[in-house]
Design a protein around this ligand. Structure first.
Ligand code: F6R
Length: 606
C-alpha cells in the first residue's frame, strides 16, 4: 500500500526521494508526491499517476531543490486518485505524508471544520495535517504526541514543520517504518529496499515511537516524549534484491529465484535427513499436542495454506481448517488452547492476518507465523515463528513467497506426521529427500518456459477461463487462477473438477479456455473424465500433467509436461507453469506485470 520516504543529508533531496519511492513502487500506488525544504520553505510537488507523471509535472512546474524532505506513493482509500488527494497534505505550518487509515477522521474533520479549518481533499490524511496544525505550539514533538493521542487506527507519518527547516519527523502507530542511517545522512522509509542503495543500516521504529532527523543525526522518543536509545540493525539483503538483474520484470526474476529460495528456506530446518524446527521454537512434542490446526491467511498465502491442509491431513491425520483472515476474524471462531493457528504472510503486515493472529492469541490458541519479512508485526507477535527465506519479493503477484510457504508446509507436515507416528522415520527421510530434490526439478521446468509462453499466446483473447483439478491439483488451481486474473485482467475461476457438473459446466462455450491440472495419480482417471466433459462442450483445454502422459485429441489441445515426483510433492513443481502462463499472458496483453492495476503489495488496511 502507500509508501513513505524521507531524507536529510547532503544529496539532492528530490533525486533521493524519487529514487527511494521507485523502490517502493512494488507496493502498488496510483499517485505520488514530495515535499522538500527549498531555501528554507516547504515546496510541494504531487501528481496522480506514476512517478514519471510526477517527474514530468516537476519539469514544467519546477523541481524542488534542497537537502531535506518527505515523499509518498499513495494507494487510494479515502477519495479517488487525483492530484488534490495525493500526498503530501498540509496545514498552515505542517506538511505530512501518511500510510494507513485514520478510523475516526470523520469526527475529527467535523471538529476542525467547526474550528474554521478548510479542507481541499477528501483524504483522512489532510485531517491529520490540520489537526497537527491545530495543536502546533512551536514544539514539534509535543504537537505530534498530542495529535497521535487523538487519532484512532493503524498508521505511520512523515512530517515536516515550516518553522524547523531541514528537519524531518516520523512516527509509527502500527504501520511499519524504518529509519536508515548513512554517513552524514539519514532516511525514513516504509520498507528496507527503498534505502538499500544508500545504506544497509537502519533502526526499526516501534509502535508509538517518534524519530527526529536533522543534520546532526537521528534522535528517538517514546510516546511519553522521553529520549530513547535504539539498536542499529543491518539488512542482510543486497542491492541486487531490489534490482531486476537482467530480467524483463521482477515477477520473472522471482519465478527464477524459486529453486534458491527453497534451498535457503529448508536447508537450515533439516538435520540428519529429517525436518528439525527446534530453532523456530517448535518441538515434535509440542506439534503433536494440538487437537486441531487452523491456517489463516489472505490471497496467495491462503492458497499455500490449502496445500498445507491437504498435505498435513494426508500425512499426519490431523484435522486442518483453512480460513480467509478477513472472514475468520469476524466469525467468532471456536478456538481453545488445544488449537494451533498458523498465520501465513509474506509481508507480515497484512491487516486482516495480523488481527486474526491477535484474536487467536486472545482466545487462548497457540500461534505459529510463517513470514517472509523480517521484523514485521506478525513475526514479532507470534508465539512461534518460521521465517521463509525468499528475500524481498518486489512484484505484486506473489510467486517465490508462495513457493517457500508451501515448502514450510511440507516440513511441518513431515515433522508432525513423524511425531504422531503416522509415518515412520524412513518414510520421513524419503519425503524430506524428495522435498530437497524439488529445486533441481524446478530448474528443469524453467528451461521449458517457451511452452508456457506459447500456451499464453492462445489465452490472450479470452474473456474468461476456468482452472480445474482434484485434490492437491484443486488447491493449486486456486493459485493458478488468482495469478492469472490479478496480472492479466482476464476473468478466471478455479473449480474442483468433480464440482463442474453441479452448475459451472453451463459456462463452457465454444473456444473457452480451461486449464486442467492433472498431476495426482490416484485421481488422474477421474480428472481426465471431467476434462473430456468440458472438451466435448467446446472448451480449449490446456493440461498440466506429468511428462509421461500424452493427451488424445478428445482431452487437450495443449500440454505442459512436468517431471515425475511423488504425488504429494507435485504442487512444488506444478505451480511453476501456472505462474509462467499467468506471467506471459500479462506480458502479451501489454499489462504492467509487476504493478497490476488497483493492487497493493502489502495490504495494511482492512
Ligand atoms: C497475490 C498476492 C496476495 C497476497 C495477500 C497476502 O499474488 O500476493 O494475494 O498473498 O495479499 O499478503 P501477505 O502474504 O503479505 O499477507
Amino acid at each position: 500500500m502507500c509508501g513513505i520516504v524521507g531524507y536529510v543529508g547532503p544529496r539532492d533531496c528530490t533525486d533521493v526521494l524519487i529514487d527511494a519511492l521507485s523502490k517502493l513502487e512494488y507496493r502498488g500506488y496510483d499517485s505520488a508526491g514530495i515535499a522538500v525544504f527549498d531555501n528554507g520553505k516547504i515546496s510541494v510537488a504531487k501528481s496522480k499517476g506514476r512517478l514519471k507523471d510526477l517527474e514530468n509535472k516537476m519539469e514544467t512546474e519546477g523541481r524542488p531543490q534542497g537537502h531535506a524532505g518527505i515523499g509518498h506513493t499513495r494507494w487510494a482509500t479515502h477519495g479517488e486518485p487525483s492530484d488534490i488527494n495525493s500526498h503530501p497534505h498540509s496545514g498552515k505550518r505542517v506538511t505530512i505524508v501518511h500510510n494507513g487509515i485514520i478510523e475516526n477522521y470523520k469526527k475529527l474533520k467535523d471538529f476542525l471544520v467547526k474550528q474554521g479549518k478548510n479542507f481541499l481533499s477528501e483524504t483522512d490524511t489532510e485531517v491529520v495535517a490540520q489537526l497537527l496544525d491545530y495543536y502546533y505550539d512551536g514544539n514539534p514533538l509535543e504537537t505530534i504526541i498530542k495529535t497521535v493521542h487523538e487519532l484512532e487506527g493503524s498508521y505511520a507519518l512523515g512530517i515536516v514543520f515550516a518553522d524547523f527547516p531541514d528537519t524531518v519527523y516520523a512516527v509509527r502507530m502500527e504501520s511499519p517504518l524504518i529509519i536508515g542511517k548513512g554517513e552524514g545522512e539519514s532516511f525514513i522509509a516504509s520498507d528496507v529496499p527503498a534505502i538499500l542503495k544508500y545504506t544497509k543500516d537502519y533502526y526499526l521504529l516501534e509502535h508509538g515511537e517518534v524519530a527526529m532527523l536533522n543534520r546532526n543525526g537521528v534522535k528517538f522518543y517514546d510516546i511519553h516524549k522521553r529520549e530513547i536509545e535504539k539498536e542499529l540493525k543491518t539488512a542482510d539483503w543486497d542491492m541486487d534484491a531490489a534490482e531486476k538483474g537482467g530480467f524483463e520484470h521482477f515477477m520473472l526474476k522471482e519465478i527464477h529465484e524459486q529453486p534458491e529460495s527453497i534451498k535457503k528456506t529448508i536447508a537450515p530446518r533439516i538435520s540428519d535427513g529429517l525436518p528439525c524446527l527446534e530453532e523456530c521454537g517448535i518441538t515434535p512434542e509440542k506439534l503433536k499436542s494440538f487437537d486441531k490446526i487452523y491456517i489463516v491467511a489472505c490471497g496467495t498465502a491462503m492458497h499455500a495454506g490449502m496445500v498445507g491442509k491437504y498435505v498435513i491431513e494426508k500425512l499426519a491425520r490431523v484435522p486442518v481448517v483453512v480460513d480467509i483472515a478477513s472472514e475468520f476474524r469476524y466469525r467468532d471462531p471456536l478456538l481453545t488452547d488445544k488449537d494451533l493457528v498458523i498465520i501465513i504472510s509474506q509481508s507480515g503486515e497484512t491487516a486482516d492476518s495480523l488481527a486474526a493472529m491477535r484474536l487467536s492469541k486472545k482466545l487462548g490458541a497457540q500461534t505459529l507465523a510463517i513470514v517472509n519479512a523480517k521484523g514485521s508485526s506478525i513475526a514479532r507477535e507470534a508465539d512461534m515463528l518460521i521465517y521463509t527465506h525468499a528475500g524481498p519479493e518486489i512484484a505484486v503477484a506473489s510467486t517465490k513467497a508462495y513457493m517457500v510457504q508451501i515448502a514450510v508446509m511440507y516440513l511441518l507436515a513431515f515433522e508432525l506426521a513423524l511425531a504422531s507416528g503416522a509415518i515412520d522415520e524412513s518414510q520421513c527421510r524419503q519425503l524430506t529427500a524428495l522435498l530437497q530434490s524439488t529445486p533441481e526439478l524446478i530448474e528443469k521446468i524453467l528451461e521449458e518456459k517457451k511452452q508456457a509462453q506459447y500456451i499464453a499466446s492462445k489465452l490472450i483473447t479470452a474473456d474468461s477461463l476456468l482452472y480445474i483439478g482434484r485434490g492437491l491439483d484443486y488447491a493449486l488451481s486456486m493459485e493458478g487462477s488468482l495469478k492469472l486474473k490479478e496480472i492479466s485482467y482476464i476473468h478466471s475461476e478455479s473449480y474442483a473438477a468433480g464440482e463442474l457438473k453441479h452448475g459451472t459446466i453451463s459456462l463452457i462455450s465454444d473456444g473457452m479456455p480451461v486449464i486442467a491440472v492433472a498431476t495426482q495419480t490416484a485421481l488422474f482417471d477421474k480428472t481426465i473424465s471431467n476434462i473430456k466433459e468440458v472438451k466435448a462442450r467446446g472448451a480449449k483445454v490446456v493440461i498440466v500433467c506429468r511428462n509421461g502422459y500424452e493427451p488424445e485429441k478428445d482431452v487437450a489441445d495443449y500440454k505442459f509436461g512436468l517431471p515425475d515426483i511423488d504425488d504429494i510433492l507435485m504442487p512444488m513443481t506444478a505451480v511453476v507453469p501456472l505462474q509462467l502462463i499467468a506471467y506471459y499472458t500479462s506480458v502479451l496483453r501489454g499489462n504492467d506485470v509487476d504493478k497490476p492495476r488497483n493492487l497493493a503489495k502489502s495490504v495494511t488496511v482492512e
